[in-house]
Design a protein around this ligand. Structure first.
Ligand SMILES: Nc1ncnc2c1ncn2[C@@H]1O[C@H](COP(=O)(O)OP(=O)(O)O)[C@@H](O)[C@H]1O
Ligand SMILES: CC(C)(COP(=O)(O)O)[C@@H](O)C(=O)NCCC(=O)O
Length: 307
């Protein structure tokens, strides 16, 4: 990534040294909690990578809140608590939702008294029935498969301080939007928005997701590794589907396992990899931070935007 002239580049060893003067209370309980939702996650990485990151986000958020207060005073408007929004982008299966959950946990733990919430932009995918109607079911994840207007309105409502906002829910197990199920976003201090499209600039839009984010992260890795992680996740989703006929992966779980993996490989090659190359990777250089992952999901390099 020699072309990234506007980024500082750090090895993990360099990055971890930036955390020194404040104590992040990463207790046994906290580490257990993280292990409970992903027992594969490296706790060394949580400490080396995320402690400095959380510290840096603290500095940025304080700066952001101070500016919001000054701006309100300048404009003779009431001072209010404007949510700080963090966007997390990257390929399907690169580990965005796992990173987002670790960050949610750590921010909740460290930003004492502040309300941290997390949503995924998957909730703004059109339901399968609508994708079918439009003839784009095999374009799930591509820009046209999202209800961008609803997503932008949602982000605008969050920033404007609307008290209770319901967002639709996407389930990987059902492989669709779950009807009548919502998540409630209620005046967070920090909202983490995770999704493949958080840095995209769709041509038919005038306002973008990134107009509402205050710090953005792009999760990066070699596409061959991401394919491997995609297939491993497919295997895990099959493993949990055996006893549940309503689960999208049930038909694969009870059938021939090799054939199921062949199908998943085909979906990766036809849908998710082209989407990575055409629509996701080109947005990498817009991120404030690029986290590069290697074998075993370990983070080996970080890039931080200089200006
Ligand atoms: N840091 C990590 N350590 C171990 N496994 C991980 C890590 N991050 C992600 N994974 C695994 O990789 C797969 C894809 O991760 P996920 O967070 O679902 O990706 P995304 O949200 O980008 O689609 C999942 O099986 C997940 O458990
Ligand atoms: C819903 C998604 C677009 C979102 O990706 P995520 O980053 O949450 O894994 C993706 O998981 C997906 O379903 N892609 C369509 C092709 C496929 O079945 O992989």
């Amino acid at each position: 990534m020699a072309d990234l002239i506007n980024y500082y580049s750090f090895s993990k060893d360099e990055w971890k040294k930036f955390y020194s003067d404040i104590e992040l209370p990463l207790t046994e309980h906290e580490l257990k909690h993280i292990k409970a939702f992903n027992d594969q996650i490296s706790l060394q990485d949580v400490s080396d990578i995320y402690k400095p990151l959380v510290h840096m986000i603290r500095l940025q958020k304080d700066n952001f809140s101070e500016w919001q207060t000054k701006k309100a005073r300048f404009l003779h408007k009431p001072v209010r608590n404007v949510p700080f929004i963090i966007g997390i982008s990257g390929s399907v299966a690169v580990g965005k939702s796992t990173t987002a959950r670790v960050l949610e946990d750590l921010l909740t733990n460290y930003f004492t008294g502040e309300h941290i919430q997390l949503i995924t932009t998957d909730g703004f995918l059109y339901p399968n029935a609508e994708l079918k109607k439009q003839g784009i079911l095999d374009r799930k994840g591509f820009p046209e498969s999202y209800d961008m207007k609803a997503l932008i309105n949602f982000l605008n409502s969050v920033k404007s301080g609307v008290p209770v906002i319901k967002t639709p829910v996407y389930s990987h197990q059902v492989y669709d939007i779950v009807p009548d199920q919502f998540e409630v976003i209620n005046r967070p201090d920090v909202l983490i928005v995770e999704g493949i499209n958080t840095l995209q600039l769709p041509q038919n839009q005038q306002i973008y997701i990134s107009d509402f984010t205050d710090f953005s992260i792009y999760m990066d890795a070699d596409p061959d590794l991401i394919e491997k992680w995609y297939l491993e996740r497919f295997g895990k989703l099959m493993d949990t589907a055996f006893l549940d006929p309503d689960n999208y992966y049930h038909k694969y779980a009870i059938g021939d396992r090799n054939q199921a993996f062949d199908m998943a490989k085909d979906v990766w090659q036809r849908v998710d990899m082209p989407n990575l190359n055409e629509n996701i990777l080109p947005t990498r250089s817009r991120a404030d931070m690029i986290m590069h992952k290697t074998v075993g999901h370990l983070i080996d390099r970080l890039y931080l935007r200089k200006y």
